[in-house]
Design a protein around this ligand. Structure first.
Ligand code: OXD
Ligand code: MN
Length: 648
């Protein structure tokens, strides 16, 4: 039985099906009637702008849901949706914690699907570089407008029959900030609604920000879909893995996602809006939408700077953003762990907001020893996905401290009893916690400042087991942009890639570019003319020694690297000039009190053969994947690096 209030805010949409049978004039007339009907039925209908109403109508007539629900963002609404999800078996309560839930997905729907993610523009080269040897999909996938339309028509008509269509008004960024943007997500998944309510700001207060007669919002249509053959093997997690597709049309600010309920494919505010569509809006408006964490760091003298850092998915952004420094007197505060929108203010200072409202972090590896702040954040008001559960109503994943699990049984992410002797992990490697940012104990006091926080340094990094030192600094802005363009990292479980191959992942944006990477580089280079650009650094916590073990302890000890960066931002003369950039001079990295001995010599060594090969690989990548779109400044930077490496 549905909650009474719930019944009040849903409408039957068989009328919409009927509309499709009519000719255009009659349909137009009835659509206007329906619009009036919608505005009367839903909560505070006065808040629905004509643009939102007509988008809702459009989606309803396409998807033909049984009911429509305009989300108001309230706690009461969440209670109601949780009841629905419990009944469907989509979530189970985690009674050990306060207001925590576990969702188990269909095992075929566990990660972002990059190969099925497309950017739609009139001309292919607006979306991706075209070169004779470019491998398909390396820097994104293009789809022609008519093919996008066809993909929609093959999947969406009637896909929400028997389901409720939810309308989620959401703000990316603090409501009302000049840096924020609004989206309307339409979805047939309660899991998506509840996750969006954590990850973004949702509800009527968002609609109030939309100017009366405009449709200035990003249109986000999502359906978990229905397999063609009707086979929903996991009824609690409907999806259509075979026909999953994620489409973006920057020209009209449209996102259309079908077939997957998994976070990055379905919480459309995150990767689809804040990065892919966001980067195209940013290009148009002269700012940057990036796959970056933002943190504030205060030194023992009480001076504070903010840093933004781009690492590929599942490379420790959340851990760095919430770091507990081992260096005495330092304090780190978190603004965001995944996405930064950065724009110069009128003084020429680069200011950043975190457009998100929550953390969608990778669970495995999160522990008191690695990220105690995350552990203090995630055990209330959290929606877990694909972690293992314990018989006392708790959660478990690989890397969590072992103690406390002796007297309980563990059920793995597939719902099967699990033992430590099992060969398969208990939690899926891409299992997640989705938790409100505001409850992070070290959330920065300025994290919702509508003006954003001033950025003094930008870090690029990845998992590089060989050759790449712990930290080095770019010689200037163009060199920094080159460093971002040349980023590489070992693949992780965040997407569908298999095995641990070193992949090029420029700016950690490879899966998230909304437009041609060559144009993106031009845009980054142009930032130097717009304001005071920050210093740029490259970091690598993952270098391994000959014994295969990590050379650097990482986690809280990364504060030692941040300390050096802080001092470089303050122009301290604590560097040496090398072929690849500026490295800490001898003794400049504070290693006092390190709990393990570190082979600094090896960690900072620059093996000539490695760097010669690195330059060849970068050159090859630029040539085959970026071709004529590569800005001259970047190829100059490559030539200069090549010369310096040759003389190493
Ligand atoms: C994420 C990702 O979920 O990058 O943040 O995949
Ligand atoms: Mn990410």
């Amino acid at each position: 039985m549905l909650h009474r209030q719930y019944k009040n805010i849903i409408i039957h949409t068989s009328i919409v099906r009927f509309l499709q049978l009519l000719n255009t004039t009659k349909r137009w007339h009835l659509v206007s009637q329906l619009r009036r009907f919608l505005s009367v039925q839903y909560g505070d209908s006065a808040l629905l702008t004509p643009g939102v109403k007509s988008y809702v109508n459009e989606c309803a007539s396409l998807c033909q849901p049984d009911h429509i629900h305009l989300c108001d963002g309230s706690a009461q609404e969440s209670q109601m949706l949780r009841k629905v999800m419990l009944k469907q078996g989509t979530i189970i309560p985690l009674t050990k914690y306060e207001n925590c839930w576990l969702a188990r997905t269909n095992p075929e729907d566990v990660a972002r699907v990059e190969s099925k993610t497309f950017i739609c523009t009139d001309h292919e080269e607006e979306a991706v570089p075209i070169t004779p040897s470019a491998k398909k999909g390396v820097l994104g996938n293009w789809i022609a407008p008519r093919d996008m339309e066809q993909a929609i028509q093959e999947r969406f008509p009637g896909c929400m029959r028997g389901r409720t269509m939810y309308v989620i008004p959401f703000s990316m960024g603090p409501i009302g900030s000049p840096l924020s943007k609004i989206g309307i997500e339409i979805t047939d998944s309660e899991y998506v609604v509840e996750s969006m309510k954590i990850m973004t700001r949702v509800g009527n207060r968002v609609l109030e920000q939309l100017p009366g007669d405009s449709d200035q919002f990003v249109r986000c249509l999502h359906s978990v879909g229905k397999p063609k053959n009707g086979n929903t093997s996991v009824p609690s997690w409907p999806c259509d893995p075979e026909r999953t597709i994620i489409l973006h049309k920057p020209g009209s600010n449209d996102i259309v996602s079908y077939g997957s309920g998994y976070g990055g494919n379905s919480l459309l505010g995150k990767k689809c809006f804040a990065l892919r569509i966001g980067s195209t809006i940013a290009k148009r408006e002269g700012w940057l939408a990036e796959h970056m964490l933002i943190l504030g760091i205060t030194n023992p003298k009480g001076k504070k700077i903010y840093v933004a850092a781009a690492f590929p998915s599942a490379c420790g952004k959340t851990n760095l953003a919430m770091m507990t420094p081992t260096l005495p007197g330092y304090k780190v505060e978190c603004v965001g762990d995944d996405i930064a929108w950065m724009k110069f203010d009128s003084q020429g200072t680069l200011r950043a907001i975190n457009p998100e409202n929550g953390f969608f972090g990778v669970a495995p590896g999160t522990a008191m020893s690695t990220n105690p702040i995350a552990m203090k954040t995630i055990f209330k008001n959290t929606l877990f996905t694909n972690v293992a559960s314990t018989s006392d109503g708790g959660v478990y994943w690989e890397g969590m401290e072992e103690s406390g699990f002796n007297n309980v049984t563990i059920t793995d992410w597939l719902g099967k009893l699990w033992s430590k002797q099992a060969e398969k992990p208990a939690a899926h490697p891409n299992s997640r916690f989705c938790t409100p940012a505001a409850q992070c104990p070290i959330i920065d006091p300025a994290w919702e400042d509508p003006q954003g926080v001033p950025i003094s340094a930008i870090l690029f990094g990845g998992r590089r087991p060989k050759g790449v030192p712990l930290v080095y600094e770019a010689r200037n802005w163009s060199h920094g942009v080159f460093m971002g363009a040349a980023m590489r990292s070992e693949s992780t479980a965040a997407a569908e890639h298999k095995g641990k191959v070193i992949m090029h992942d420029p700016f950690a944006m490879r899966p998230f570019f909304g437009y041609n990477f060559g144009d993106y580089l031009h845009h980054w280079l142009s930032m130097e003319k717009r304001g005071n650009v920050p210093k740029v650094f490259h970091v690598n916590w993952f270098r391994k020694g000959a014994d295969g073990k990590f050379l650097w302890p990482g986690f809280g000890d990364n504060s030692r690297v941040l300390d050096w960066i802080f001092r470089r931002v303050s122009e301290e003369d604590c560097f040496v000039d090398t072929a690849i950039g500026y490295l800490p001079s001898e003794g400049a990295l504070n290693t006092e009190g390190l709990k393990q001995s570190v082979d600094l010599k090896e960690m900072f060594s620059l093996p000539r053969a490695f760097w010669q090969q690195e330059v060849i690989d970068i050159e090859n990548y630029f040539k085959t994947q970026v071709g004529k779109y590569l800005p001259k400044e970047i190829s100059n930077q490559l030539d200069e690096l090549k010369n310096r490496v040759a003389n190493m």
